[in-house]
Design a protein around this ligand. Structure first.
Ligand code: ASP
Length: 316
């Protein structure tokens, strides 16, 4: 078996230390560790990168600490409209859902769409119906609602009314979860899932379900999952841009990702981050904000999680 590698993120932002209690930061790190473990066990057993990224994302969708699945952001009408996508770097097959309201784990629906092999992106009620037909767990829309997101929506509306929306803390605004992996057979995969951002307009679709923007994987190049203001990830086709820099310019993964996050996106003054894994198992996790929920496992099996600058070795 060749080298295996895994990295995840749970969204980036200003993430003022005071926004969450020490216990809440610690609980989020525990869930990052659980997500890494779910993915790593699959890779270690010889499973596929595709299964590993899906398993890691499912854990984060089920956690209230991240803006995806349970605990996702609310739109301006107080509703959840969830986006997710998955891509197989081996075949370039991909699947995605947007604006879903009833599928408990949107990433599973994205995978089913990919396997169905016809459309890549399904949206709204039709996507929910597809998920039901595929036998996925369905929930009432209020399953996803947590008190924290209700408060965040109220705070964003207050900022909007006062004309101070730009000043709202980034953790009040958005977040996303994602995973990238290299499996023992040398294949790459990426998966991303999000509630978008708090107080987003009804029907708004971000970068997360857009292949090439929020999610991208191509064997021989890299797998990428992004977080940040999705409109800019779409404009720069961030996932594809990083892969193109690696493939066509021969840049290291670290350099390519840093160029996009620290230069291209930073000049717009928007929060952005990503995790990426290369064909050689290299991992990078740049962000241009105060923090990013993130974690990775080295090829030697050493687990690390972090929210801000400090990196915590863990034993999940
Ligand atoms: N990229 C997500 C979106 O725009 C939000 C985020 O990651 O913060 O929907």
């Amino acid at each position: 078996m060749g080298k295996i590698a895994l990295a995840i993120h749970g969204g980036c932002g200003v993430m003022a230390k005071l926004d969450l209690s020490d216990e809440e930061w610690a609980a989020a790190r525990v869930d990052l560790g659980r997500a890494l473990k779910a993915g790593w066990e699959i890779l270690r057993a010889g499973g596929t990168a595709l299964d590993a990224v899906q398993a890691a994302v499912v854990v984060m969708e089920d956690s209230p600490h991240f803006n995806a699945g349970y605990g996702a952001a609310l739109n301006t009408n107080g509703k959840h409209e969830l986006d997710a996508s998955i891509m197989d770097g081996r075949t370039l097959e991909a699947g995605a859902v947007t604006l879903v309201r009833r599928i408990r784990n949107p990433i599973k629906a994205a995978r089913k769409i990919m396997e169905n092999g016809d459309a890549i992106l399904l949206g709204g009620e039709a996507a929910d119906d597809f998920g039901r037909g595929a036998g996925l767990d369905m929930v009432e829309p209020d399953y996803f609602t947590t008190e924290r997101r209700v408060k965040a929506l109220a705070a964003m509306k207050a900022h909007a009314a006062a004309g101070t929306a730009a000043k709202a803390s980034e953790s009040e605004k958005h977040g996303t979860v994602g995973a990238v992996a290299l499996d023992g057979a040398g294949h790459l995969a990426a998966a991303t899932s999000t509630g978008g951002y708090n107080n987003k307009p009804e029907g708004r679709i971000g970068d997360t379900p857009i292949i090439g923007a929020g999610t991208y994987a191509r064997d021989g190049a890299c797998a990428v999952s992004g977080t940040g203001k999705g409109e800019y990830f779409m404009r720069y086709a961030v996932g594809h841009e990083v892969a193109a820099r690696v493939s066509y310019l021969g840049e290291s993964l670290e350099k390519a990702a840093a160029k996009v996050i620290q230069e291209d996106l930073k000049q717009h003054d928007i929060g952005a981050g990503l995790v990426a894994v290369g064909a050689d198992g290299s991992i990078t996790a740049p962000y241009n904000t105060d923090g990013m929920f993130r974690g990775w496992v080295t090829p030697e099996g050493k687990f690390h999680v972090a929210t801000h600058g400090e990196v915590f070795p863990i034993n999940p």
